[in-house]
Design a protein around this ligand. Structure first.
Ligand code: UDP
Length: 248
């Protein structure tokens, strides 16, 4: 089978084109910092299994496993510089994921919001759409290219630009949106569905507020699920598994 053709035995997905957002921390395993290659490979396998269903996949990966602008500025660094460092961290993560996906035979492009032509191709919307149509996974790196933003907002922005049908927020240690932190409260309740307005009003932990507003204003649902279970992403795409749908 080539990476351009869906596997014939794959269940039918409920979506044609999706955005997968994961934090940088999802790639660090138990190390507490940086990249843990076996973890990157495990997530790449999850992405491949959805790619095999014929789904067109966009990805945004954060940079928090390496550097966050807010942390740098709290330690006295100039905020804009610190944010650019955070954006560069996302490029390293994207390259690691590209390498892992290509190792599995999945064609993939890293597309950066800040030009670095020797490393990856620049963001040109129509070119990115063409990659998706050719079933190449597109990893959008360097955030929005602007300081004072986060990769959550980059995911919502690119998902809208690429006409994704939903954003899938792959989380570690949690399988949806809860009314309070399930790791601290035994009686925390998971929402099956929750509205954008409720997420914003109650400050529920989904994405940052500007990303939620961007998704809400463009009717882009957000599906929050756990990345911990093997096959979890494929299950959610196939319509099974535990998750929370943010919409309406
Ligand atoms: N960042 C930025 N503009 C963007 C996206 C990211 O300045 O459009 C910077 C910001 O400093 C942020 C860092 O890159 O802290 C890493 O991104 P993020 O915190 O979203 O990563 P995650 O928490 O998802 O790992």
């Amino acid at each position: 089978m080539t990476a351009d053709a869906p596997a014939s035995d794959a269940p039918k997905a409920t979506f044609n084109r999706v955005m997968l957002k994961i934090s940088g921390e999802a790639l660090m395993g138990d190390q507490g910092f940086g990249l843990h290659p076996p973890t990157v490979q495990r997530i790449a396998q999850e992405v491949k299994s959805v790619h095999d269903m014929g789904v067109e996949i966009c990805m945004v990966i954060g940079g928090g496993n390496v550097f966050r602008g807010l942390q740098g500025s709290a330690q006295g660094m100039e905020r804009t510089t610190a944010d650019y460092m955070g954006m560069l961290a996302t490029v390293m993560n994207a390259l690691a994921m590209q390498s892992a996906l290509e190792g599995l035979g999945v064609f993939c492009r890293v597309i950066t919001a800040i030009r670095m032509d020797e490393v990856a191709e620049p963001y040109i919307r129509r070119r990115a759409v063409r990659h998706l149509e050719k079933k190449r996974v597109c990893i959008f790196a360097a955030g929005t290219g602007n300081p004072y933003f986060t990769t959550d907002t980059a995911a919502a922005l690119r998902a809208n630009e690429m006409a994704c049908e939903a954003i899938f927020m792959g989380k570690n240690g949690v399988d949806g949106v809860y009314d309070k932190d399930p790791r601290a409260h035994d009686d925390a309740k998971r929402y099956d569905k929750v509205s954008f307005d409720e997420v914003l009003a109650k400050n529920l932990k989904v994405m940052d507020a500007s990303a939620i507003a961007l998704a809400r204003d463009n009717n882009l649902p957000i599906v929050v699920f756990s990345l911990d279970e093997p096959g979890g992403f494929r299950g959610i795409l196939g319509g099974t598994g535990t998750c929370t749908v943010v919409g309406g």
